[in-house]
Design a protein around this ligand. Structure first.
Ligand SMILES: C[S@@+](CC[C@H](N)C(=O)[O-])C[C@H]1O[C@@H](n2cnc3c(N)ncnc32)[C@H](O)[C@@H]1O
Length: 232
């Protein structure tokens, strides 16, 4: 549509560009507006290439059901990301190992992964700590379903709930693990302050709480991503 508008505007001005050159002009204009409005730098290549990508997809004459299917899958994966500002992204085995090593041994623990994605963290901890009670809560339906299925197929003790972590009382847990986003941290900290019991821990991979210095920082990757721990 923007490309069509560009073609129309150029035609009105006496130019008759091809759709491809109009798409390039459209992309450059979008990139200029992006820069002017101060969006993050990674938007620039997206804005430049998007009209060309649309033209390319149009030329492939793909069936319309394919676009609907891709949209439905993306919707089921990213669900409320527009509201939470937390997309799906997996943490990985190094983080899971670091968390497991920090957990006190010799006593049963209750651990929750708030935003459990495909369930990797919770399933891994269920294998390492047979004495722990493990809960994963996930808002998006498809990742939740995959985690539930993985637990069922491997007869894991991990429990996966589809829902919002806001509806859980953190006082029921010894450890709250999260891998969310900077946007989610202020509200999360307020909830932790209101609910977490003395002696419990909040562990966040990559994202800090601006208001409070972590009690422990464990570097995970070479590019500076760390696991942050706060004692309550
Ligand atoms: C970056 S992923 C982390 C996945 C997993 N915890 C891991 O470490 O691999 C964050 C997940 O949190 C979920 N999420 C975001 N806000 C949520 C909320 N309020 N309640 C439950 N899940 C949420 C997202 O759907 C996304 O799948």
């Amino acid at each position: 549509m923007p490309t069509l508008i560009s073609v129309w505007l150029l035609a009105r001005a006496g130019f008759h560009p091809s759709y491809a050159s109009a798409a390039v002009i459209q992309g450059l204009l979008a990139a200029l507006v992006t820069r002017w409005r101060g969006l993050a730098a990674w938007w620039l290549p997206i804005q430049c290439l998007f009209p060309l990508a649309l033209l390319g997809a149009h030329a492939l004459a793909l069936p319309s059901w394919l676009f609907l299917t891709i949209f439905m899958v993306l919707l089921a994966v990213f669900w409320s990301t527009f509201r939470t500002q937390v997309p799906y992204w997996a943490s990985g085995a190094r983080v899971w190992r670091a968390v497991a090593e920090l957990l006190p041994a010799g006593r049963p623990l209750k651990v929750i992964d708030i935003g459990s994605g495909l369930g990797g963290f919770t399933l891994d901890l269920a294998r390492r700590r047979p004495d722990a009670t493990l809960t994963g809560v996930e808002l998006a339906p498809l990742p939740w379903f995959v985690s539930w299925l993985r637990a069922a197929l491997t007869a894991s003790r991990a429990r996966f709930v589809r829902g919002d972590y806001e509806s859980f009382d953190f006082a029921d847990f010894d450890v709250v693990f999260c891998y969310l986003s900077p946007a989610a941290m202020p509200a999360l900290y307020a909830k932790c302050l209101a609910e977490m019991k003395t002696g419990s821990k909040l562990m966040s991979y990559e994202f800090v709480i601006a208001e409070r210095t972590p009690d422990l920082v464990i570097p995970i990757t070479h590019n500076g991503a760390s696991l942050y721990v706060w004692d309550f």
